[in-house]
Unconditional design. Structure first.
Length: 224
C-alpha cells in the first residue's frame, strides 16, 4: 500500500511496524507485496525464520539507517580480506580452477570498480591498495539502506565483497556467487566425499544467499 516515503503493509487494517516500533515503510510495491505474502503465510504462531524479507526490511530500518557508517565500514572491510584474493598453493588442478573462476571477477573489479586487488597464495594476510579499498567503500556507501542489507548478507555468506558487488551489479546471480565462493569446499567433496552435516549447512547458506539476492532485486535499485 502506498504511503509517505514508499510502501507499507497492513494487517487487519493496521500498518506493520518493525521490532523497534518504527513504521515498516519499504521502497517498492514489489517488496511490500513479498512481505505481505510472508505474513499471510503464517498460521497461528509467527515464525520469523520463514520471513526473510520481513527480517531484512526490519534490519534496514532499525539497524542500517541509524548505524549506517558502521555497517558500511563492516561490509566494505571484506575487501581487505576478500576470498578471491587468497588462493591455494596446490594441487595444480585446484589452483587452475580458482584462477579460471575468480580471475575474471578480479579483472572486473579492476576495470569496472577501479579497484585492483592483490592476489596471494595461502592465508597470510596481504595488504590491499588503499585507493582500491577507498573506491570499494564509496561503492558500498552509494547503496540504499535496503540494498545494503542484502549486500551485507551476500558478502558475509560468500566471504567476498567482489562477489557481493558482482551480484549487485547484475554480473552474477546470487546462486552463481555462492557456487564461486565454495570452490574449495566443492573440491574437497569431490576428492573425499560429501559430509552430510556439512551439506546441510551449505544448503542453508545457499538458501540465505538466494534470499539476499531476491531481496536485492526487490529493492529496485538499478545495477551499477
Amino acid at each position: 500500500m502506498p504511503c509517505d516515503g514508499g510502501h507499507t503493509v497492513h494487517l487487519d487494517a493496521r500498518p506493520v511496524r518493525t521490532p523497534a516500533k518504527a513504521p515498516l515503510v519499504v521502497p517498492t510495491p514489489e517488496m511490500a507485496q513479498a512481505i505481505a505474502g510472508e505474513w499471510q503465510a503464517q498460521e497461528g504462531l509467527v515464525r520469523p525464520a520463514t520471513m526473510p524479507f520481513t527480517r531484512m526490511a526490519n534490519s534496514a530500518i532499525d539497524k542500517v539507517t541509524p548505524l549506517r557508517p558502521g555497517v558500511v565500514a563492516e561490509v566494505a572491510g571484506y575487501g581487505a580480506t576478500d576470498l578471491l584474493c587468497y588462493r591455494a598453493a596446490g594441487p595444480v588442478a585446484l589452483v587452475a580452477r580458482q584462477a579460471a573462476d575468480w580471475d575474471h571477477l578480479l579483472d572486473w573489479a579492476e576495470s569496472a570498480l577501479q579497484a585492483p586487488l592483490v592476489v596471494t597464495a595461502g592465508v597470510i594476510p596481504v595488504a590491499q591498495p588503499a585507493p582500491s579499498l577507498a573506491r570499494l567503500t564509496t561503492r558500498v556507501d552509494a547503496m540504499s539502506a535496503f540494498s545494503l542489507v542484502a549486500l551485507h548478507d551476500l558478502t558475509a555468506i560468500s566471504g567476498s565483497l567482489v562477489l557481493g558487488l558482482a551480484v549487485a551489479a547484475g554480473r552474477l546471480t546470487a546462486g552463481q556467487a555462492f557456487d564461486l565462493s565454495r570452490i574449495d569446499e566443492t573440491w574437497q567433496a569431490e576428492e573425499w566425499g560429501q559430509d552430510d552435516e556439512a551439506a546441510e549447512v551449505q544448503s542453508l547458506r545457499r538458501q540465505a544467499m538466494d534470499e539476499a539476492g531476491r531481496f536485492l532485486a526487490l529493492c529496485g535499485q538499478a545495477p551499477a
